[in-house]
Design a protein around this ligand. Structure first.
Ligand code: SF4
Ligand code: MG
Length: 340
């Protein structure tokens, strides 16, 4: 399928008290129509910043420094999101209507002092240009679709009157009520118990099948990746170190970092809540990117005199596969997949 969004050599800088951080440092990927790309990485890898950049929704201290984000509009015209004024009319019409975000903490997306209906109905009216009555009907329909019982009554409830899982469903209803074409889901299930997580993932997949929604799913949880991804991009220090289809990544990981992540997942497939275990060494400070390969200080396969000197760049080894490692072409060198 043709990409809905194509990101090319994207760089994002964030100003901090200690100086400028290159939070995203040259990432290239796309999200095909009707498919799910998972961005995986430890905290601080730049995955959330990447997701927010797609909506040009960065913190005030952040800016897109280079690259392009081509979004294929409904009219067939491509829009470069990086060229739009972050506060301008054009990007605001994309956010919510075309591209929606759900995040880890549903409370942050909802106003505590307004009922669900007071929040859902105006958004639907504005984006879909409906009468109040029609927008109300659409709100009830959406709440029903995301599995909230007695949706017409629940419209009058405040966010605190819902459980965590139900609140996340409300956020999904809010995010999808305007029929976006791209959903950016940033750790949407991390705060939820395992059963609720599974329900939310099933729900997203169902909505995707029905509406052809494209999903960018950001997570550190490889169990979730195995469930939901079509394609996977593994991020480390603001760069994609490996990308490929979910089968390629799980069956034949080529980057030592990906292999370490997979090894650290106990009983893959059984534990949706399993987390990345620690990989030896620390994630380097974003101010001190290592010489040579970014991963060499922690890499068990590092070659002295080579990996600490030469940045391997991204080596393309398949139609949708790229690996930032000099060993990218050697499937057996490190023992292949360690799970199963
Ligand atoms: Fe490890 Fe060298 Fe590959 Fe970097 S280039 S991931 S240090 S083997
Ligand atoms: Mg994050």
């Amino acid at each position: 399928p043709s990409p809905l969004v194509a990101v090319s050599d994207l760089k994002v800088q964030i100003g901090t008290d200690d100086g400028l951080v290159r939070a995203v440092d040259g990432v290239t990927f796309d999200v095909p129509r009707g498919r799910t790309l998972c961005i995986v990485g430890e905290s601080g890898s730049g995955k959330s910043v990447t997701g927010r950049a797609l909506m040009n929704l960065l913190p005030p201290s952040g800016r897109i420094a280079a690259g392009s984000i081509l979004y294929a509009g409904r009219d067939g015209q491509a829009v470069d999101v990086t060229r739009l004024d972050p506060r301008g009319r054009q990007i605001r019409s994309l956010r919510g209507k075309e591209i929606s975000l759900i995040s880890q903490e549903p409370m942050a997306a909802l106003s505590p002092v307004h009922t669900i209906g007071q929040q859902l109905v105006p958004v639907i009216r504005r984006h879909l240009n409906l009468s109040k009555k029609a927008a109300q009907a659409r709100a009830v329909e959406m709440l029903g679709r995301v599995g909230i019982p007695r949706p017409a009554e629940r419209l009058n409830n405040y966010p605190f009157e819902f459980s965590g899982g139900m609140r996340q469903r409300v956020c999904i209803a809010l995010a999808l009520s305007c029929r976006p074409r791209l959903l950016i889901a940033d750790e949407p299930t991390t705060a939820l118990d395992v059963t609720t997580q599974a329900n939310i993932i099933d729900l997203l997949q169902e909505l995707q099948r029905e509406d052809g929604l494209s999903i960018l799913f950001i997570t550190h949880d490889l169990g979730v990746v195995a469930e939901i991804a079509d394609d996977v991009a593994v991020m480390y220090l603001g760069r994609i170190v490996e990308r490929g289809t979910v089968d390629e990544i799980f069956a034949d990981p080529r980057h030592p970092y990906t292999r370490a992540l997979l090894k650290s997942v106990p009983r893959l497939g059984s534990g949706r809540g399993s987390r990345l275990a620690a990989i030896r060494g620390m994630v380097p400070s974003p101010f001190e990117r290592p010489q040579g390969c970014d991963f060499h200080p922690r890499c068990e396969a590092a070659i002295k005199g080579v990996c600490d000197t030469i940045d391997p760049g991204t080596i393309t080894i398949g139609p949708r596969r790229g690996v930032r490692c000099i060993l990218a072409r050697e499937p057996a060198a490190l023992g292949g997949a360690a799970h199963g």
